[in-house]
Ligand binder design. Structure first.
Ligand SMILES: [Zn+2]
Length: 148
């Protein structure tokens, strides 16, 4: 994906609008929107959308890393370990919002917070591998039809 995305110009403590994030990362605004669709976090309720610099850095690092390391369905890529890791205790939180799901857990080795965007359609499969706490709860029966 972000083949030539740059990390060096991104300031961790700044928030960026989509166009600014694109400029500073050296990719197109469309690419940034794709990343958001893929799980790059944006600040809640802000219009226009704002992206935290550290989230942007983590996302670019994560996508670079995930091209090299294969991460199983029940695993996360840990930025600190630079390896695929299981979540501590087999626990993960799953937040579903706007038809997207984000898993959050702690690395079982170093215990930093790890994230992984997943498709809503795979949550049931993941729930067989991990002890998931989903928000909202309970899980909707089927992926949202409006996507079709
Ligand atoms: Zn770790």
């Amino acid at each position: 994906m972000p083949k030539n995305a740059r990390l060096t110009g991104i300031k961790a403590l700044r928030c960026y609008r989509v166009e600014e994030a694109a400029e500073v990362s050296g990719v197109s605004p469309r690419t940034i929107r794709n990343w958001i669709a893929d799980g790059l976090p944006v600040l809640d309720g802000e219009r226009p959308m704002l992206i935290r610099g550290d989230d942007l850095q983590d996302y670019i690092k994560g996508t670079r890393a995930s091209r090299k390391v294969s991460v199983a369905l029940g695993e996360f890529y840990c930025l600190a370990c630079r390896k695929a890791r299981k979540p501590a205790g087999g626990f993960a939180d799953c937040t579903i919002k706007d038809g997207r799901a984000m898993l959050t857990a702690l690395c079982e080795v170093c215990e930093i917070v790890v994230h992984k965007p997943v498709s809503v359609g795979r949550i049931r499969e993941i729930a067989r591998l991990l002890d998931l706490t989903t928000t909202p709860h309970p899980l909707p029966d089927a992926p949202a039809r409006k996507e079709a």
